[in-house]
Design a protein around this ligand. Structure first.
Ligand SMILES: C[S@@+](CC[C@H](N)C(=O)[O-])C[C@H]1O[C@@H](n2cnc3c(N)ncnc32)[C@H](O)[C@@H]1O
Length: 226
């Protein structure tokens, strides 16, 4: 948890790059430090957007995943949710430059069910969000995603998961935990996410990929709303 993140207290969140003043450098840092193209391409392949999909990106940040989803299937309906007005501004500009259409909604993961009422999402996706939110928010956001999806809807997450080797643990400590703190990030590094997904009600939960990066390994997860 960063010093500006007061945990589950309403209105507080860890910004994209850990601290607000680094937000303009977030996209560049991500590209350089996370092998972004590799895990985003694999995530989009796993999401496999179709023309009838309503896809919600929880914690959409600057909109990089939404741009790729729109390029892959322009007919899918896309919605981005994020609590940070500064990243939403960047996301709107990026989507507009890409000539894509996305609806952006300010808000937290835990609010997803309420924010998405009447929209019937078929897929909820999220990248690099869960590692930097408090435990209570991880569970609440997964519960809200479950409630927002209809039966058979799917959840797709890319995030730092179980750090399996000493090298990955050291890199994760030196980078992500330095920026985002230990309290919120350590449960991720200990591999808690699949367990939390199951507790929220998701079935067929699987860690589908583990991708080593200079900041620790990033895993892809998938779950089905039973
Ligand atoms: C590391 S960035 C990832 C952004 C984007 N998903 C990506 O892949 O580049 C984490 C994002 O999660 C957002 N965030 C922080 N707390 C959140 C919460 N409780 N619910 C939803 N989003 C949150 C931040 O504002 C930030 O944009």
């Amino acid at each position: 948890m960063t010093t500006n993140n007061l945990g589950p207290k309403a209105g507080s969140f860890t910004p994209a790059a850990g601290v607000h003043w680094l937000t303009p450098w977030y996209d560049l840092g991500l590209a350089v430090l996370t092998r972004e193209r590799r895990w985003r391409d694999e995530l989009v392949a796993q999401i496999a957007p179709s023309s009838s999909d309503v896809i919600v990106d929880l914690g959409c940040g600057t909109g990089s995943l939404l741009v790729r989803l729109a390029a892959t299937e322009p007919r899918a309906e896309l919605i981005g949710i994020d609590p940070d007005p500064a990243v939403l501004d960047r996301a709107r500009r990026k989507i507009s430059r890409a000539g894509a259409a996305v609806q952006f909604i300010p808000g937290f993961g835990r609010e997803a069910a309420r924010l998405l009422q009447g929209r019937s999402p078929t897929k909820i996706v999220s990248s690099l969000v869960f590692h930097q939110v408090p435990m209570a928010e991880k569970s609440a956001a997964l519960g809200a995603a479950y409630s927002a999806l209809g039966p058979g809807g799917t959840l797709h997450i890319a995030d730092y998961g179980l750090q399996r080797t000493e090298l990955m643990r050291s890199l994760f400590r030196a980078t992500v935990q330095n920026l985002d703190g230990v309290e919120d990030t350590q449960p991720q590094a200990d591999g808690i996410l699949p367990e939390l997904m199951r507790s929220a009600g998701f079935v067929d939960v699987a860690e589908t990929r583990v991708i080593p990066t200079p900041t620790g390994s990033i895993s892809l997860f998938r779950g089905v709303r039973g």
